[in-house]
Design a protein around this ligand. Structure first.
Ligand code: CP
Ligand code: NVA
Length: 311
């Protein structure tokens, strides 16, 4: 599908509802192929560079495995090892790597650095997480919700916790797909007003309801999907103790979930902290789909790479 070829994937804001649906359909097909043991190598000979300035288990392994399964190769590029980490400019790095690679996945702090890389590169740039967004995770999350619930539009997704990169991307993803989205955070940790505003604008076209509150019970009320994430993200390690106190009443536990729909599913991008943002009996309980969700990173990103990088 040449509507995708060569494009970047920096946030879900740049993709229409139809385009996201197309990627989800492709992810479903690629998952079925993989499960049937079929070889499918539309990226034969292609190389994906994977720049990491932060740690990763899922993103690194799912991208590297995914490109390999599609016939290509992934290169793990830690900023501890490449010259970018010693001060070589983003624009020089972008121009040099564009001469070798067929695509770059980057995980870093500032969304603006990813945008700068994209503006100087001539190959697709994929956001593998920034402080503001984690769109690849949300593709996998939407795939998972559709698998379990059979649909997206009209469902209610409740996010309880920090108004962070996951909250931002889920809010945009939900709005794009016509899902209702409700977030509960302590006042000083609500998502950025500018991103809430964007989600509300999108929601006007898709019919979603976007709700922002400090009350976890209000957020999870009649929700189909309950989502949480760590209280201190990568780069916020020194705030851990302070946040533990401030988020104490935002734990996803049975008492809170009594207010959700009885057939709710529990989701978390992982890594998780049991006993902090989620009680162990919930993340390890029968409503939890976190490992199906983690596996779908592989399938969703394979779809993304095929769409952006295949000839
Ligand atoms: N969910 C996620 O992105 O996990 P990693 O940090 O392990 O890549
Ligand atoms: N919010 C978390 C997500 C990790 C996948 C972080 O940024 O560390």
């Amino acid at each position: 599908n040449n509507k995708f070829k060569g494009r970047d994937f920096l946030t879900l804001l740049d993709y229409s509802t139809e385009e996201i649906s197309y990627l989800l359909q492709l992810a479903k097909e690629l998952k079925a192929k993989q499960k049937a043991g079929k070889t499918y190598q539309p990226l034969l000979g292609k190389v994906l560079g994977m720049i990491f300035e932060k740690s990763s288990t899922r993103t690194r392994v799912s991208f590297e495995t995914g490109i390999y399964q599609l016939g290509g190769t992934g290169l793990f590029l830690s900023t501890n090892d490449i010259q970018l980490g010693r001060g070589e400019t983003i624009s020089d790095t972008a121009k040099v790597l564009s001469g070798y690679l067929d695509g770059i996945m980057i995980r870093t702090y500032h969304q603006s650095d990813i945008e700068e890389l994209a503006s100087h590169a001539t190959i697709p740039i994929i956001n593998g997480l920034s402080d503001d967004f984690h769109p690849c995770q949300v593709l996998a999350d939407l795939q998972t919700i559709e698998e379990v619930k059979g649909t997206l539009a009209g469902l209610k997704l409740a996010f309880v916790g920090d108004g962070n990169n996951m909250a931002n991307s889920l809010m945009i993803g939900a709005a794009k797909m016509g899902m209702n989205f409700s977030i509960a955070s302590p006042k000083q940790y609500l998502p950025q007003a500018s991103i809430v505003e964007k989600a509300k604008q999108i929601a006007q076209d898709t019919g979603s309801i976007i709700e922002v509150t400090t009350d976890p019970i209000a957020a999870v009320k009649s929700a189909d999907v309950i989502y949480t994430d760590v209280w201190a993200s990568m780069g916020q390690e020194e705030e851990q103790a302070k946040r533990l106190k401030e988020f104490a009443s935002y734990q996803v536990n049975q008492q809170l979930l009594d207010h959700a729909k009885s057939d709710y599913i529990f989701m978390h991008c992982l890594p998780a902290h049991r006993g902090e943002e989620v009680a162990a009996d919930i993340i390890d309980g029968v409503h939890s789909v976190v490992f199906q969700e983690a596996e779908n990173r592989l399938h969703a990103q394979k779809a993304l790479m095929v769409a952006l990088m295949a000839d």
